[in-house]
Design a protein around this ligand. Structure first.
Ligand SMILES: [Zn+2]
Ligand SMILES: [Zn+2]
Ligand SMILES: [Zn+2]
Length: 148
């Protein structure tokens, strides 16, 4: 079985780049949890393990991980990008709470099928899609109704 490390190492090799200890650390941290993450959060986690790591290194490494097909930009909220695993993670879509930042993952076959039908109708070849619904989760809805 190919691991995320094999995949990343191969990609770096193709680009003539080295699998440095920093890149390895970032890869490990990204794949240590299945949750969505953004740069700040990842930076905080990595900082605890390696004081020398910089944001710049993370910003340079994330595009490499995306190119390798390991992660993707999943959502964007308040100018922050959230990433998630693609590798070993089946397709799904997102509900995103703009009140508290909670992310709910879902997959609904009816939606998937409908999107295929739309593409077919327009003679369009589907490669990938990203569906993100923004709104308020149950908890935040309650907060809003209390404050008004
Ligand atoms: Zn979908
Ligand atoms: Zn919420
Ligand atoms: Zn997700």
């Amino acid at each position: 079985m190919i691991t995320e490390e094999d995949r990343f190492r191969d990609h770096l090799k193709k680009k003539g780049l080295k699998f440095t200890s920093e890149r390895k650390l970032i890869l490990k941290e990204v794949f240590s949890s299945h949750k969505h993450f953004d740069v700040e959060e990842l930076f905080g986690r990595l900082r605890k393990k390696d004081r020398a790591i910089s944001r710049a290194t993370i910003y340079r490494t994330l595009p490499l991980l995306i190119e390798s097909g390991l992660i993707r930009e999943a959502l964007r909220c308040r100018d922050r990008f959230y990433y998630e695993h693609v590798f070993g993670h089946p397709h799904h879509d997102h509900l995103l709470c703009i009140g508290c930042g909670k992310v709910i993952e879902f997959r609904d076959e009816r939606l998937e099928k409908l999107q295929n039908e739309v593409c077919k109708k327009y003679g369009f070849e589907l490669i990938e899609h990203r569906l993100g619904i923004k709104g308020y989760c149950k908890k935040c809805q309650k907060k809003i109704s209390k404050s008004t």
